[in-house]
Every structure is written in structure tokens, then in C-alpha cells.
Write a protein that binds this ligand. Sequence first.
Ligand SMILES: [Zn+2]
Length: 248
Amino acid sequence: MALESILPVPDVLQAKHVLAVQPHYDDNDIAAGGTLAAMQESGAEIFYLTVTDDLMGVINVSLSPAAAAAKLKREQETAGKIIGVRQNYWLGYPDAGKYDYFELRAGIIKHIRLVKPDFIFAPDPWLAYEAHRDHVQTGLATAEAAILYGLSRLSSSDPSVDAAYGGHELLGIAFYYTRDPNTTVDISQTRAKKEQAVRCYQAQFSPDDMEQLIAVLNFKASQFAEGRGYSHAEALKVLHPTALHCGI
Ligand SMILES: [Zn+2]
């Protein structure tokens, strides 16, 4: 008997309520924008939680931090309308800076208890050669939050959210930026939306860098789709939360 018959890989496309956690403003859309747009089109509600203020990558150094932050949020809002994001939340930690892992985890647990997603998205923290600490910390804190959010003795960062939380079931977690995918999602119908959304993030990409990013994303999307009967795909590692502990 295959383990999958006891603990099947959850079907990400069945999700109705999604919390996509990202280190920076553009990660969800760059890595999984086609999937999230497809899910939204089929009736899912999509919520984004952005962990850092994303300021370090803003290329126009003459912008004040406040002006740069406002530009980033405007771009995210415009992109979010294209993907169909219902609501954005932010934790505001310093981009590429120092912040506490346990506070981050408590902030993510708060948003899981608030949004009550049936699916969570996050960067794969076990991606080989991932050097950016924001990505590793965000992925790991989200994965750990996915196995701990239901423990009522464990406080989140917001006692009022904890007090109001009555419990719910998380069906799965989808890791993007992964080298070990087990799920391929057809984005042929939504890749135009994804590209349009990614092009909103101009604060951190020169026009040349943006063209290169789009070309890389399109190349990878065709590679992921190879032999599958559709033209473009995104690749995810999807796990039941139970599979995130003790090697099950
Ligand atoms: Zn990032």
C-alpha cells in the first residue's frame, strides 16, 4: 500500500481560502502568481502576508524610505488587483535585516488564526543554495506555524485574535521556489495575468532586468509544462501539514 493512500498529497486547486506568505512584495506573484490567479478564478479567496518592508532592493536611491515604502505598496496593490488578492497584510520586518524568528512565527500564527486558510503558500525553506535569509526564515516559520497554529497554549502575536479563534483545519501547504516539486499547475490561461502583475513591481527592477525576469519565468513555465499537454506551468511542493514533522 502506498503512503499516498493514507496521506494523499492535498489538491491545491481545491483550496477555497488561501494565505500566501512571502518574504518580499513580489515573491508570491513571481513564484506562484499563475496558480493563485487560477485559484481565484475558480472561486478561492486569496490573502497575502508580506513579512519584510522590502526596502533594500528599491533601486532609486533618491527616494526617502517613506516614499519608497509607499511606491512598493502601490505596486503591490496594483498587482494584487490583477491576481485577485482579496486583502494584504504586512509584518514590516526590515528587509535583509535583523528580526526575531519566534516573533515572526507568532505573527504568521496570528494571521493563520485570523484568515483561517485551508491552504498556505510559502517559499521552500529547504531549497538548496538559497542564500537569502528572509526567504529561509519566512519558509521555515510558515512551515512551523502550519503545524503549531492549533495549539491553544501557544500564543500568537495578538491575544485578541487568539481569544476569538475557534479552530479550523489547514489542509495543506504549498511551497514555491522549490527544487523538489510534486505538483504541477497549468497556468496557460493565467500566465498573462501573472506577467502583468509581475510587471507592476518596477521599484526593484530596471527595464532590462524586468525583461530578463519575464523571459526566465516564461522559460521555466514552459519547462515545467513539458509533456503535460499544456503550454505553461508552475511547480510546487505540496504537503499535508502532518508531513512537516518527524519525516512522515
Ligand atoms: Zn524575495
